[in-house]
Each structure stands twice: as structure tokens, then as C-alpha cells.
Design a protein around this ligand. Structure first.
Ligand code: URA
Length: 268
């Protein structure tokens, strides 16, 4: 955890670690006046914070911990209807609110889900992990179960899945699944994707004439939702946590690496 491990650390580094944002985002947040230290707006992202002297750090009014902590990773089952946002003026039902109520300070999640979608979000207080698993550059496999309004014929759906594997042009982007198969009675679809473009699964199926009625994310990388109940959060077993953190460090190239992801952008 580099300089943050020795208690005193520059403000932007503390923000990176505790809010799970990139170095660039941390600098921007301070320079745009969204960070306060002991109630006063912080002006200098490079100021050294001494946790023994400063007592309160807040981002957009939300408290962040000043204590260097062990990096942790949780599985969280986002219920349908909950918005992936730290806070939203029009919707009180946010992941941020649930996490604060559960005492998660300084955690953020990997990869957003639409408000009507449900399933696995990984939560972490480790900025490097959140960056590595969120950034399209690292192509982390995400798996979804998808229920459709009407399946006219399984053959048509199979053809659609093969077309999705080859890639579908939509709004100037090429959308693609890694693989897909039909399962169960009544049938639904299991698809895996490497990228997390906005509404990607719904756009892919809509392009082939299928409307998604339910979308459940069942895995992010090697971590599975399993039978975790909606609304529940559970810490990963230590071995999984260590493996994930190790992979994240390798992908990103160590703490402090610069990425362009905008992990506090709630506009989705
Ligand atoms: N694709 C979607 O369409 N929505 C999500 O929430 C995730 C992937």
C-alpha cells in the first residue's frame, strides 16, 4: 500500500485507496472542490495528511476513513430496483445508501449494473482492485443469466448468439459476447462478456429482436454470486481475496498506476 501504509500520505493517495478511484480522478476531485478535510474544502491534492492530526475526510459530503486498512473484497447481491450510485438526488434507493447503512466506509464497487438488473457486484476498499476489474482494457469476464420476453424459436436465438459472438455494430460501437448458450425449461440464456459497455446485454439482444425481461449477473472473473441472497454482502474467503488482489496488482502494474476509468461517474 506504499506511502499510505506508513500512516502519513498525500491526500490524492488516500482518496485513491479509500474511494477506489484512479490517480487522475483523485486529483480532479480535489481540484474541483469535492473533498473536505476536517470540514474545510481541500485545495491541494499533494498535501500530506497525518491521520493523527486530521480527523475527518469527506468526498461529496460522504465520510471516508483516514485509517490505512487491509484491502478487502466482498460479494454483494444488488437487488433489482437499486441504483448503482453513491448518491442520487432523484432516487433514495442506491447501492451507496445500502453500503453506508451496513457500515461500509470507503468502499466502491466493480462494474455497474442497470437499476432493473440484479446480481453480483464486487465491493472493495482497494482502489487498484476496483480499477483493474472495472477497466475495459483488462477484459474481465462477466457472466449473466438473461430472460427474454419471447423466444419464437430456439434456432433463431442460437443464430442470434452466434452473431453476438462475431460482433454486432450498435451506435458506433462493436458489441460482442465471448460465448452464449441456452439453458433450462422454460429456456433462458447464459452469456459472458469481456467489456462493460452501457446496457450492453440489452442492446445486443434488442439488436436481434429480443427484449430482456430479467438480467442477473452471476459471475465477475472467477467470483460467483452463488446462493447469496438479494441485499446480502459477504467477505470473500482470504485465499480468493489474496488471489484477486494479486491479479489486480499484476494487471495494473502496481499501486499508483494511471488509468482513465471514471469510477465515481454515476451517470448510467
Ligand atoms: N448489460 C446491460 O444491459 N445491463 C447491465 O446492467 C449490465 C450489462
Amino acid at each position: 500500500m506504499s506511502d499510505f501504509g506508513s500512516r502519513s500520505a498525500k491526500l490524492f493517495r488516500v482518496l485513491q485507496m479509500q474511494a477506489g478511484v484512479s490517480r487522475r480522478k483523485a486529483l480532479d476531485l480535489v481540484l474541483s472542490g469535492e473533498v473536505t478535510v476536517d470540514g474545510a474544502v481541500a485545495a491541494d491534492p499533494f498535501v500530506v495528511l497525518d491521520p493523527d492530526a486530521a480527523t475527518r475526510l469527506a468526498l461529496r459530503g460522504h465520510p471516508l476513513s483516514l485509517d490505512a486498512r487491509e484491502p478487502r473484497v466482498y460479494r454483494f447481491h444488488k437487488p433489482a430496483g437499486v441504483l448503482c450510485s453513491h448518491d442520487d438526488p432523484h432516487c433514495g434507493n442506491t447501492v451507496g445508501r445500502i453500503l453506508r447503512a451496513e457500515g461500509f466506509v470507503g468502499y466502491t464497487w466493480v462494474g455497474r449494473l442497470d437499476q432493473d438488473a440484479e446480481g453480483l457486484l464486487l465491493l472493495s476498499n482497494d482502489g487498484t482492485l476496483v480499477q483493474a476489474l472495472s477497466h475495459p482494457r483488462y477484459e474481465v469476464r462477466k457472466t449473466y443469466r438473461v430472460w427474454l420476453a419471447e423466444i419464437r424459436s430456439e434456432r433463431e436465438l442460437e443464430n442470434g448468439l452466434r452473431a453476438m459472438e462475431r460482433g454486432i455494430e450498435d451506435e458506433g460501437e462493436t458489441l460482442r459476447i465471448l460465448d452464449g448458450r441456452i439453458e433450462g425449461r422454460p429456456p433462458h440464456v447464459v452469456v459472458s462478456l469481456a467489456e462493460g459497455r452501457k446496457h450492453e446485454v440489452k442492446r445486443l439482444f434488442s439488436h436481434r429482436g429480443f427484449a430482456v425481461t430479467r438480467l442477473l449477473r452471476v459471475a465477475v472473473g472467477p467470483i460467483e454470486l452463488g446462493d447469496l441472497a438479494p441485499g446480502a454482502a459477504e467477505r470473500l474467503p482470504l485465499s480468493d481475496e489474496q488471489a484477486l488482489l494479486g491479479t489486480a496488482r499484476e494487471l495494473v502494474g502496481g499501486p499508483g498506476a494511471e488509468l482513465e476509468g471514471d469510477f465515481l461517474n454515476d451517470n448510467r
